[in-house]
Design a protein around this ligand. Structure first.
Ligand SMILES: [Zn+2]
Length: 530
């Protein structure tokens, strides 16, 4: 059926409406009252009235509304008519009434309008009544009426210029390109319930751009790896580990985080850790991941760089074979000095084939980006992408520094950038992606309440914000849990959720062809979700 639709442009409709006016004019019928049947008859009626007045035929004009509902027998639709008061007050038997609509289909609207008007005007019902429509569908006519004037006869499914509801995004793109660009940021159909919204999020294709692989170590795996590697941990059971994950401040989090790292010893451990995350991400409809790893957290306790990167890269390869693409970003721990970061970059040199970028993480405050200016410059010269955590807890000045001094391609978190209007404008203009982590922000008290989370303000400001899980094993959920929690807290609309998913690919380090492929997959998903 979709191919049978005839799309009418605004210009075509306007021209045809003027043609319709000419037909009325040439017939010699000079209306005293012109009635457009709301909605479709309104734009046509305005054009006809304008043309008549241009030629000296001045008439009163108004719109009335009809609505159809199922009658008692549930077979024949009944039509109600609204807003007749003005006509009843002003019409007289010698007036000439012109009824206008965009299309004469079943004819029931116009029939109901004329019947109701006659009933209520009684002896004041004008004797001269004409019907003018741009389109006439004789095969669909269910009345004894027919238009006195029409421009086109048609059986096609007509789509008028204003119509967008009921069309897929793809149809809007192809047939109403000028509208598509605007509608992208306007609400589409919203969700009937939070469950519907969660279902929509569950299958929505997305990328994850802010994920510390060490932060995906679930209590079960921590406990199992401690046993496998005979690493002493102060927990007697998985439940005890889980209880330790219930931290309430940053220091407690860092304590358990670094304790967790200690169980990661062999290449197989890093493979298992990464493979478990990827399986979990795939279940969340994640199609592309950009993973952080912290080599300094491992090499300083005697685990070789090759062991770490070998296991992670092997799991990423296995996922790639299943269609999940990835980039690997090596982070420098910012509480250590730049010389340590330089040494880490030296160690990474033999593995640049599998390392795509460098980042900056760990405790932000007191360790501004500028501390790592030289090592970032060297990484850039090596062709690596650059990212940095900035504006999570640190001030907007750190975000400025990450941009100006480090020259980053992406900002991780960036929440506090909103405190600086000039910075917001700069980020928006430059299309700078922010990798936002709602559950992490909540758990680490960057926001007191998710309902106060700045994500919507970021979108409204035109920022390329994305949703990510940061350290999902510790902060209460993977990427879909982050989407659902923040969407519920902020009552995010469908178009906002779709924009976040689109941003995740747009802000990724994928090539343009891959980005386009993923964005098309989002469109297809949205169209199919209806
Ligand atoms: Zn992070």
């Amino acid at each position: 059926m979709a191919d049978d639709k005839v799309y009418i442009s605004a210009n075509e409709l306007l021209a045809d409406s003027f043609r319709l006016g000419n037909m009325v004019l040439e017939s010699g019928f000079a209306p005293t009252h012109l009635v457009g049947i709301w909605r479709g008859g309104a734009p046509v009626g305005i054009a006809v009235q304008e043309l008549l007045e241009y030629h000296g035929v001045v008439c009163d004009h108004i719109a009335v509304r009809t609505s159809s509902y199922s009658g008692i027998d549930q077979q024949t639709p009944e039509v109600r008519v609204f807003a007749l008061g003005y006509l009843i007050d002003t019409l007289g038997p010698d007036d000439r009434l012109l009824v206008i609509d965009d299309v004469f289909d079943s004819g029931r609207s116009i029939e109901a309008f004329l019947r109701e008007l006659a009933l209520r005007c009684r002896h004041n019902m004008p004797r001269g009544v004409r019907i003018a429509t741009v389109y006439y569908k004789p095969t669909r006519n269910r009345t004894a009426l027919k238009p006195d004037f029409f421009v086109h006869q048609s059986d096609a499914w007509l789509v008028f210029p204003h119509e967008v509801n009921g069309l897929t995004l793809d149809e809007i793109r192809r047939h109403k390109p000028e509208a598509a660009a605007i509608l992208q940021r306007a609400p589409m159909t919203d969700f009937a319930s939070a469950v519907d919204r969660a279902d929509f999020i569950a299958g929505l294709p997305k990328a994850e751009l802010h994920l510390h692989i060490e932060g995906s170590l679930e209590p079960e795996m921590l406990f199992a790896l401690a046993k496998r590697n005979a690493v002493a941990i102060p927990f007697e059971s998985v439940e005890a580990v889980r209880a330790a994950y219930e931290f309430s401040n940053l220091q407690d989090f860092l304590d358990i985080y670094y304790q967790g790292m200690s169980v990661l010893q062999t290449e197989q451990d890093f493979f298992d850790l990464t493979a478990a995350y990827l399986a979990r991400a795939e279940a969340d409809a994640v199609r592309h991941v950009e993973i952080f790893f912290d080599p300094q957290g491992h090499t300083e306790r005697g685990v070789a760089f090759a062991v770490v990167i070998g296991g992670i890269a092997r799991a990423l390869d296995a996922a790639r074979a299943r269609g999940v693409t990835s980039r690997l970003i090596m982070c420098f721990l910012r509480h250590l000095d730049e010389a340590a970061a330089e040494a880490t970059l030296d160690e990474a040199l033999p593995y640049l084939a599998v390392i795509d970028g460098v980042g900056l993480d760990s405790s932000e405050v007191g360790h501004p980006p500028a501390k790592f200016a030289r090592v970032f410059a060297r990484a850039r010269a090596l062709g690596l992408k650059l990212v940095a955590h900035a504006g999570e807890e640190g001030p907007p000045a750190y975000v400025h520094e990450a941009l100006d001094v480090l020259g980053v391609d992406r900002i991780d978190h960036g929440n506090r950038a909103l405190e600086d209007a000039a910075l917001v404008a700069r980020l928006a203009t430059g299309g700078m992606c922010l990798t936002v982590c709602p559950l992490s922000n909540h758990k680490l008290c960057v926001v007191d309440d998710l309902a106060a989370h700045p994500l919507r303000r970021m979108l409204d400001a035109g920022l390329v914000a994305t949703v990510n899980s940061d350290d999902p094993a510790y902060f209460g959920g993977y990427v879909n849990a982050n989407f659902v929690a923040v969407a519920d807290a902020l009552d995010l609309r469908r178009d906002e959720i779709v924009a976040l998913a689109r941003n995740s690919f747009a802000g990724s380090f994928l090539g343009e062809t891959d980005k386009a492929r993923h964005l098309a997959a989002i469109d297809a998903y949205v169209a199919q979700a209806g």
